[in-house]
Design a protein around this ligand. Sequence first.
Ligand code: 5GP
Length: 193
Amino acid sequence: MQILLDRIRKDGVVKAGNVLKVDRFLNHQMDIGLFREIGKEFKRRFADTEINKILTIEASGIGIACIVAEYFDVPVVFAKKTKTKNIAGDVYTTKVESFTHGTVYDIIVSKEFLGEGDKVLVIDDFLANGKALEGLTALIKDSGAELSGAGIVIEKGFQDGGKRIREKGIRLESLAIVDSMDDETGEIVFRNE
Ligand code: 5GP
């Protein structure tokens, strides 16, 4: 998706520690025109797939998922991050290790909003080591819902999340795959460009 690659090159900032900052247009300030193009592209890529729900994770996945959902005409559910020790009640829960913060947190989704009969597209902004995506797929499995696929805006191809997810046979569509980036020169190399 060339306009996304161009935008990452123009406004993305490569930070030390394999972090790409895209908060000028993706996950702090949000360019809704670009989000629309992202929504159209996911709709095109998953045109042959049955999807009746989108699942994402707070916070940065939510804005993207909402615009994407316009094109699929389905509801969005977002997994909540929680630090509560005793998680009780009618929720599915699992632990996720955070790439950006280096901590472990619990994510929860109410049983009311995910279950048998749901065909779920997972949407997120980044794929790095794949922990967030694996957490979301675990919740889907526990709920008895079906995972239709995962749509990622930026995959960092030099980290192993994408490889592991694809090896599990999960349909994964990433709109931009970064094969390498250099925090000293700012250079970003994309796959297939
Ligand atoms: P993973 O669980 O795949 O290791 O990391 C995915 C999550 O970490 C995403 O939900 C995203 O919020 C965050 N993340 C991972 N890498 C980056 C990055 O390079 N830049 C930003 N802004 N967020 C990232």
